[in-house]
Design a protein around this ligand. Structure first.
Ligand SMILES: [Zn+2]
Length: 446
C-alpha cells in the first residue's frame, strides 16, 4: 500500500487517463460492457462503452477482460487484531472468546503501543489489497491520525463501555479520554463516530451520554467545515450472543459469571437496558449501525423497532465470525424482510481468519443466502450509507472520487451475471484498488 501522493499515481494531480475494461459495474443495476472510464485530478470525468472519445489524447490503460466495480466497503472491523496469525478459538462461544481477548489485551499493554499500531497498518494494507476503499473501524484506544489518514477511507468509531457506577455530572476518566480522542481525530480530518460496545458491557446512562456526545461532536465538525454537512453515527454490537438475554433481563448467566471472575461486576446492580431500547437509541443518532444482530429475530419488539426506524439504521453482518461464534449464519432474510439496509463486515482477525470482504460475501453466496448482485449492493452502496460516506464513495459516477477496484477473473465473464459473480469468486485476482484515483494497493499495468 502506498497512501502517499506519488508521481506514479495514474490520475492524481493534473494527470488524466482512461481505463478500458471488458466490464464496468458502476452502480446498482447498471453494467457497461467494453467500457471506458476517464479520470482526472482523482475524480471520474466520464464513463462509456466502445471506443473512448477520439479527440482525447490521454494515456490509456487497456485492462483486457477485467471487471471494474466501486471500491468495496468494510462496514465493521477491529484493526487492532490484524497481526494475529489466527483467530482466538471459538469453542465456548462469545463469553469464552471475550475472556481470551481480555487476557491478550493485558499482554499487549505490557508490550506497549508499537504492536497495536503496526497491526492497524497491516490491517489497512490487507484491506486495500482485497479491494477495500473504506472501513468502519472500532477503536478501543488512541491511534495517531497519521496512520489512519493513509490507505482506505476510515470512519473511526471510538468505543465506550463500562459497568461501574455513574454519577450525574461526573464522567469516568476513561470516558473523558475517549471523547477527547474522538475530538482529536476529528480535528485531524478523520471521520469519526462513537460505539457504545454492547448491551452486556455498557450501562444505559453511558449510551445516553454517547448520543449527547455525538451531537456535540457534530457541532464541532460543522464548525470545522464552515457549517457543512456532518454526520456522527453510532455503532453497537447487538444480540450477538444467546447469553445476552439472561443478563439483560435478570442480571444472571454466563456474562455475569465472566464479569465476576474478572472482578468488574459492580456492587450496585448495573443499569442495563434491553436490546429494543438500544435500537431506539441508535435511531436517535444521525445514523445508527447495528452490528451482528444474530439473535434479533428472536426479539419481536426489537425487530419491530428496527423496521420502524429502518430509514435511520443499517445492519452490518459478519458471516464468518457469526458462524464461528454463534454456529449459524446471520439472519439476512429477516433483515431483508424488515426493509433494512444490510452491509457486510469482516469483524477483526480476533474472530476471523483474514480481512477479506469478498470472502465474507462468498460465505453468504455459497450458502444461497444472497445473490452476487445483492452482495455487491451490500459492500458498496449500503455500506457507504452506513458509514456516512454516500457522497464520497460506493458508486462510480461522473464528478465523484475515483474510488474503484480492478479485478481480473480466473475466467473471462461473457455476461453481466458472470461479471458480477466474478467479483466474489475465489479465483479472481484484485489487480488494483484506487482511492480518489490513487492506487492504495496493486498497480495498473499497461
Ligand atoms: Zn465487532
Amino acid at each position: 500500500m502506498n497512501g502517499q501522493r506519488s508521481p506514479a499515481s495514474p490520475c492524481d494531480g493534473h494527470r488524466s487517463l482512461i481505463l478500458r475494461a471488458r466490464w464496468l459495474l458502476p452502480e446498482t443495476g447498471r453494467a457497461i460492457e467494453h467500457a471506458w472510464l476517464r479520470c482526472s485530478r482523482g475524480r471520474v470525468t466520464g464513463i462509456g462503452s466502445g471506443r473512448p472519445p477520439a479527440a482525447e489524447r490521454l494515456r490509456q490503460i487497456d485492462l483486457g477482460e477485467a471487471v471494474i466495480t466501486p471500491g468495496l466497503i468494510n462496514a465493521h472491523t477491529h484493526l487492532e487484531f490484524s497481526a494475529l496469525k489466527e483467530p482466538f478459538p471459538a469453542i465456548g462461544g462469545l463469553v469464552s472468546w471475550i475472556e481470551q481477548v481480555i487476557a491478550w489485551r493485558q499482554q499487549q499493554l505490557v508490550r506497549g503501543t508499537g504492536g497495536r499500531l503496526s497491526a492497524i497498518r497491516r490491517g489497512l494494507e490487507e484491506s486495500a489489497a482485497d479491494g477495500v476503499v473504506a472501513v468502519g473501524e472500532i477503536a478501543t484506544d488512541c491511534v495517531p491520525a497519521a496512520i489512519l489518514s493513509q490507505g482506505p477511507r476510515l470512519r473511526v468509531f471510538r468505543e465506550l463501555l463500562g459497568l461501574g457506577p455513574m454519577q450525574a455530572g461526573y464522567l469516568p476518566p476513561h470516558i473523558t479520554v475517549t471523547l477527547r480522542d474522538a475530538q482529536r481525530l476529528s480535528r485531524a480530518g478523520i471521520a469519526i463516530g462513537l460505539s457504545p460496545h454492547a448491551p452486556y458491557s455498557t450501562q444505559w446512562p453511558l449510551g445516553q451520554l454517547a448520543l449527547r456526545a455525538a451531537r456535540q461532536l457534530r457541532q464541532l465538525v460543522r464548525s470545522q467545515t464552515g457549517g457543512g454537512r456532518a454526520i456522527i453515527p453510532l455503532a453497537m454490537h447487538l444480540a450477538e450472543s444467546v447469553d445476552e438475554a439472561s443478563l439483560l433481563t435478570e442480571q444472571t448467566g454466563p456474562f455475569r459469571d465472566l464479569f465476576q471472575r474478572l472482578g468488574v461486576w459492580p456492587k450496585q446492580p448495573p443499569e442495563l437496558a434491553r436490546t429494543a431500547h438500544w435500537v431506539s437509541l441508535l435511531a436517535r443518532a444521525d445514523r445508527g449501525l447495528v452490528i451482528h444482530g444474530t439473535h434479533l429475530p428472536d426479539d419481536p419488539i426489537a425487530m419491530a423497532r428496527l423496521r420502524r426506524h429502518r430509514h435511520r439504521l443499517a445492519v452490518a453482518v459478519c458471516p464468518r465470525t457469526t458462524l464461528a461464534l454463534a454456529g449459524r449464519l446471520p439472519p439476512v432474510a429477516a433483515f431483508q424482510a424488515a426493509g433494512l439496509r444490510i452491509c457486510l463486515g469482516t469483524d477483526g482477525r480476533g474472530s476471523n481468519p483474514d480481512l477479506s470482504l469478498r470472502a465474507e460475501a462468498r460465505c453468504l453466496i455459497e450458502a444461497g443466502v444472497v445473490s452476487p448482485a445483492e452482495a455487491l449492493v451490500m459492500v458498496t452502496r449500503n455500506a457507504a450509507w452506513a458509514l456516512g460516506f454516500e457522497h464520497k464513495t460506493g458508486r462510480i459516477a461522473v464528478g465523484r472520487p475515483a474510488d474503484l477496484v480492478v479485478l481480473r477473473p480466473g475466467e473471462a465473464p461473457s455476461t453481466v451475471g458472470a461479471a458480477t459473480a466474478a467479483v466474489f469468486a475465489a479465483d479472481t485476482e484484485v489487480v488494483a484498488t484506487l482511492r480518489g484515483g490513487r492506487p492504495i494497493a496493486g498497480r495498473l499495468t499497461t
